[in-house]
Write a protein that binds this ligand. Structure first.
Ligand SMILES: Cc1cc2nc3c(=O)[nH]c(=O)nc-3n(C[C@H](O)[C@H](O)[C@H](O)COP(=O)(O)O)c2cc1C
Length: 163
């Protein structure tokens, strides 16, 4: 029988000290600019006894922001924030993966740069609500915005990791 507290290999490359995995949970705790902060580093470090932490969902671009105060990983400040989190988790003997997401049409213009409409695979608005805020504070749960339809081909260009 497999012991929950036995170590294992994940994908043949990552060694986990046990088989307990923390599920991703959005906590909406970022600092200005959706930057991971010291409170988040403590939160994850406190859970480093699990074999693997899967981080809360992390925005890959400004256009992917679907909830107020959720972290990104597309600016230098955000990368430094995650460095702090990962260092704390490693210091406590843990392993952490980032859960990357782009929310597509599940967003509201108040969360997006210059109040732009979210992107979607069609121009149909999601029949759902998002947690949004503006400069004056929280708007709470409000209907998702009407999306701009993506073209047939979307190209992302980003610097090579070696740059
Ligand atoms: C407060 C909260 C935040 C969550 N945030 C995320 C998230 O960022 N990404 C995700 O994939 N799931 C998220 N979830 C879903 C949990 O990961 C999920 O509930 C967990 O895997 C348990 O699965 P179950 O609800 O099917 O039992 C969240 C759940 C809660 C309660």
């Amino acid at each position: 029988m497999i012991d929950l507290f036995e170590s294992c290999m994940l994908g043949g490359t990552v060694s986990l000290k046990n088989r307990i995995v923390m599920a991703p949970m959005t906590r909406t705790r970022t600092s200005d600019g959706d930057v991971p902060n010291a409170m988040m580093a403590s939160y994850y470090a406190q859970r480093a006894s699990t074999g693997l932490i899967v981080s809360e969902a992390v925005d890959v671009a400004q256009s992917s922001n679907g909830y107020a105060m959720t972290p990104g990983i597309y600016t230098e400040a955000q990368r430094q924030g995650w460095r702090l989190v990962a260092d704390q988790v490693h210091r406590h003997g843990g392993t952490i993966f980032a859960q990357l997401w782009h929310v597509g049409r599940m967003a509201h213009p108040s969360l997006l740069p210059n109040g732009e409409a979210p992107w979607g695979v069609s121009d149909k608005r999601a029949d759902s609500e998002v947690f949004a805020h503006d400069a004056d504070g929280k708007l709470g749960h409000i209907p998702a915005g009407t999306p701009r339809q993506l073209g047939t081909c979307l190209l992302y260009t980003s610097p090579s990791p070696r740059d």
